[in-house]
Design a binder for this molecule. Structure first.
Ligand code: PBG
Ligand code: ZN
Length: 333
């Protein structure tokens, strides 16, 4: 017999009793852009509310992150000097290594994840070593080992290779294990599409390719079966967490991974997804806070256990963690 489904929608009490998906502050990972230099706090034009910081000014931001109950950050470094191979990325005194040390020293309980890639460090903006105007997979793997080892020595908690090089997870796992870092997990950007939604990030991280695009390494947005193959490869190579990126146009892929793999699934709610909601919100064309929460909820409902999002702080304020300073609690709407 057909149910009267509206019965359970009568009041907030009944609705909440049958609610299937709940966001938590601990679902979120907050991205931080760390720029080499001093006294930098620069807002990213296409990402209102998101800043590049130098290390001498970042503590105030992280204090807020911690007070809101967010347990995890992912770091992107913007170096002063770039070269063809991105060698600053494995300099032990490079910006990301300094950032890891700084944050772990001041906030030892915060999980620090490092993005592992070269596009912020190369003068051409591609995600590895170039050979005949394309990124050479295996030459890039050699440098990936160096980068990840430098991050591990600096004290990183987890590494997240984002360059879509074949066998990156295998090489990184081997390098970490060989050097006494068996305990550092790998979150693979397993299924990363060649997406135009990364535009604002490339301003933020100063990482736009100077020629061409990333179609020879990132996935074709048309492909769904291939996503399973990419994820399976990362599983076989030893990844602990699988990521889908971007999130919103790829909710079907998040669900596919959730249904096919036992590992935690992460989704990256990317810069362009953030920028669109911010822009429409600033124009009063949408209710920004409600659309933000609905968006994050949809990503979780699709199957994401972990959500990397520039909205982490704002969403955390709405979810009202118990350790918020008195007087700032808000009731979820
Ligand atoms: C680097 C990297 C990118 C993002 C995360 N890591 C950009 C790219 O592939 O061009 C995008 C994140 C975002 O748009 O928020 N490989
Ligand atoms: Zn890259």
């Amino acid at each position: 017999m057909a149910e009267r489904l509206r019965d359970s929608r009568k009041s907030e009490a009944t609705r909440s009793s049958v609610r299937e998906t709940h966001l938590k502050v601990t679902d979120f990972v907050y991205p931080l852009f760390i720029e080499e230099g001093n006294n930098i706090k620069k807002e990213i034009v296409s990402m209102p509310g998101i800043f590049r910081y130098s290390l001498d000014r970042i503590n105030k931001e992280i204090d807020e992150v911690v007070a809101l109950g967010i347990k995890s950050v992912i770091l992107f470094g913007i170096p002063l000097h770039k070269d063809a191979e991105g060698s600053e990325s494995w300099n032990e005194e490079g910006i990301i290594q300094k950032g890891i040390k700084h944050i772990k020293k001041h906030y030892p309980t915060l999980q620090v994840i490092a993005d592992v890639c070269f596009c912020e460090y190369t003068d051409h903006g591609h995600c590895g070593v170039l050979c005949n105007h394309d990124v050479d997979n295996d030459l890039t793997l050699v440098n990936l080992r160096k980068q990840v080892l430098a991050q591990a020595k600096a004290g990183v908690d987890m590494v997240a290779p984002s360059g879509m090089m074949d066998f990156a997870v295998r090489e990184i796992r081997d390098e970490l294990d060989k050097n006494g870092f068996k305990h550092i997990p790998i979150m693979g950007y397993s299924v990363k599409y060649c997406s135009s939604y990364y535009g604002p990030f490339r301003d933020a991280a100063d990482s736009a390719p100077s020629f061409g695009d990333r179609r020879t390494y990132q996935m074709d947005p048309a492909n769904r079966n291939e996503a399973i193959k990419e994820a399976q490869a990362d599983v076989d190579e030893g990844a602990e967490i699988l990521m889908v990126k971007p999130a919103l146009s790829y909710l079907d892929i998040i669900r596919d991974l959730k249904n096919n793999f036992d590992l935690p699934i992460a989704a990256y709610n990317v810069s362009g997804e953030y920028a669109m909601i911010k822009a429409a919100g600033q124009n009063d064309w949408i209710d920004e806070q409600k659309v933000m929460m609905e968006t994050l909820l949809s990503i979780k409902r699709a199957g994401a256990d972990i959500i990397i999002t520039y909205f982490a702080k704002e969403a955390a304020k709405i979810l009202a963690p118990p350790n918020l300073p008195k007087g700032e609690e808000k009731v979820p709407s």
